[in-house]
Design a protein around this ligand. Sequence first.
Ligand code: ADP
Ligand code: MG
Length: 393
Amino acid sequence: MTDPAEALAAAFRVTVGRDPEGVFSAPGRVNLIGEHTDHNEGHVLPFAIDRRCRVAAGHRDDDVVTVRSAQAPDAPVTTTLDALHRARGWSAYALGTLWALREEGPAGAGWDLVVAGDVPLGAGLSSSAALECAVALAVAELSGADLDRPPFDRPPFDRPPFDRAALARAGRRAENDVVGAPVGIMDQAASLLCREGSALLLDCRTLEARDVALGLEDRGLVTLVVDTRVRHDLADGGYADRRAACVAAAAALGVPALRDATPEMLDVLDDDLRRRARHVVTEQARVHRVVEHLRAGRPADVGPELTASHASLRDDFEVSVPALDAVVETACGHGALGARLIGGGFGGSVLVLAPVDAVGEITEAVTRRAAADGHPEPVTRAVHPAAGARRER
Ligand code: ADP
Ligand code: MG
């Protein structure tokens, strides 16, 4: 089998007509626990997965930028440096990242970029951050930034450009300001900062990040992501509504963000706001319990926390839908240790923690259940904790 980085270098040679200066890759991610805590300045616990986006890159000597992708097999997108922020469609993720980097860092001439990845698009595994982070690392390293001095720098997210934190911010800016998606920084931080076999405990207020070893494989455990392929029209409006409810609850409680609230404080809120806030407050506690279980070498104990997170997202935050509930219930009834919806809700995917030898039965059971309920056929994928963004050649 050809090495994917070599294959991409070869594709660059064919389409661009010279050798790339380097090939870089960045992974997708899954968030183990901490749902809707990010926009409340709380904690999340994502890990990078063994599916990556690769970018072969080379400088040009004019102000033109070209980008091609094997996942968008149309003509190359060609633009100029002063028009990067006007990019639309899939190329906005790549060109927007280049724009954001140039806003903060060294300028320089144009680029040729050739992309190929195996993070499924729109399946809740953050193919968008993988694309942004691979482009960011490529452009930064080929512009002379030395990002991989071991050990690469962690916390201070306030360094001048080109540490990995600055690359994460550039990816987020591309998504916020060029694509127009109001995402936080979790996906980019996970893609750039995670280490193989570990999750990243990220404080969304201070952006302080710590590794937490997962140790799943040693205990015969695996994580599955079940994409229900259900996506509700109200997803975007529902997400905005829940964010607004959290802001309103924090204001009513007189705290900067719900991260600062405690369970006892919530009694003064009216019923709806109280339940929204209770999800965030209890989810924060679950993140910390999951970290304790992992640090104590008890990854199986993470399962019930996932299922409790799902119940809270379903009953208190009210962002689940029947197709998600059916996957959680069915997986848990066929050997899973726990499961929860992941992402904003109203459709999307479920994360399942299971013993390796239950995977076949769980996969079949969720497929059967979806058919019986008249839901689309789900797609189940095992995901393994992998290394963050890196140079491939
Ligand atoms: P997710 O990040 O969960 O996969 P998003 O909707 O945030 O879903 O991002 C998916 C979009 O990102 C795709 O529709 C496409 O526009 C873009 N994208 C991601 N990876 C690639 C790629 N390898 N090639 C081209 N476009 C990509
Ligand atoms: Mg995305």
